[in-house]
Design a protein around this ligand. Structure first.
Ligand code: 16C
Length: 267
């Protein structure tokens, strides 16, 4: 992190002492700020032509770009935008972050274990993913942080949603790879790395004083860059991603909606 900050004076000026104090707090704070600046920028949505829209289903849109690094390893970034009715940013992000319910919606993993609880909203996790033939099985170890974001920290607006209602709150989850002493590589396993952000904003219909679930909409911006950690046949990998990312977003949002539909609304 120090090296990255020293090389980038723009980011250096924005790093502050985070409210959490643990071994990953400064790096996590830096990641949160970077995602708030870049991930939700409208230009990243594909209007500049560099992103390929590969799946569209109602409000849900998924984009990717083909990127290879040294050794022909494919690290295509994924960017998805979605708008869901009736559920809040906090509900979506809390269920995405909560390991207790992970296996209820995450269809690609075999196991998930908490390596360390860093604070009441930051954890280090280890998980193994289902094996896809002919590639070796992958595991991943990452920090996962949950935050509510002050609205004055959000640089970009969503004009269509602002026509519907007033922006009420913003929550996010950041997952990024780290090493941990209790997450040693198992034989036959290949370590993948991830950089994931889920940023959600809740809007309440204009003019409504006591909103019901039918008066709210939440926008989701989800981005993911996975390095599969070693060679994987590119065509197979891209096929898996183009199948699994839409399946994840659809399954996960439907799961949250079902779990929350009968619970009272807390904004
Ligand atoms: O963000 C998501 N989930 C979070 C909680 O689990 C977390 C997960 C990050 C995904 C890390 C995946 C690392 C493994 C990549 C292996 C690729 C090898 C495939 C070989 C193909 C020939 O942030 C939602 C994640 C949405 C799913 C993304 C797609 C990942 C593919 C995983 C491969 C297993 C497929 C199993 C098929 C049943």
């Amino acid at each position: 992190l120090e090296k990255e900050l020293n090389e980038n004076s723009r980011l250096k000026s924005q790093v502050r002492i985070p409210t959490e104090h643990h071994v990953h707090s400064v790096a996590l704070d830096f990641k949160i700020r970077d995602h708030l600046e870049t991930t939700i920028a409208p230009a990243a949505k594909g209007e500049n032509g560099s992103w390929e829209l590969f799946c569209e289903d109602g409000e849900m849109k998924l984009f990717t770009r083909e990127i290879e690094i040294e050794g022909g390893v494919c690290v295509d970034p994924l960017r998805a935008v979605h708008v869901v009715d009736n559920i809040t940013a906090k509900e979506i992000c809390t269920r995405f972050w909560d390991t207790e319910v992970r296996l209820e919606w995450e269809l690609t993993i075999e196991t998930c274990r908490v390596c360390e609880v860093l604070s009441d909203r930051d954890v280090v996790l280890y998980q193994t993913h289902k094996r896809v033939w002919p590639a070796a099985q992958r595991d991943v170890c990452y920090v996962s942080g949950l935050r509510e974001i002050r609205l004055d920290k959000i640089a970009y607006k969503e004009p269509e949603l602002e026509r519907f209602g007033e922006l009420k709150n913003c929550w996010l989850v950041i997952n990024y790879s780290v090493d941990h002493q209790s997450a040693k590589l198992a034989p036959g396993m290949v370590r993948a790395t991830v950089d994931v952000a889920m940023i959600c904003r809740t809007y309440v219909r204009h003019g409504v004083k006591n909103p019901k679930r039918s008066d709210i909409k939440t926008s989701i911006v989800y981005t993911a860059t996975i390095n599969p950690g070693g060679w994987v046949p590119k065509k197979a990998l891209r096929t898996v991603y183009r199948r699994e990312y839409p399946r994840f977003l659809r399954t996960f949002t439907q799961y949250v909606a079902k779990k929350e539909q009968d619970l009272s609304l807390n904004l």
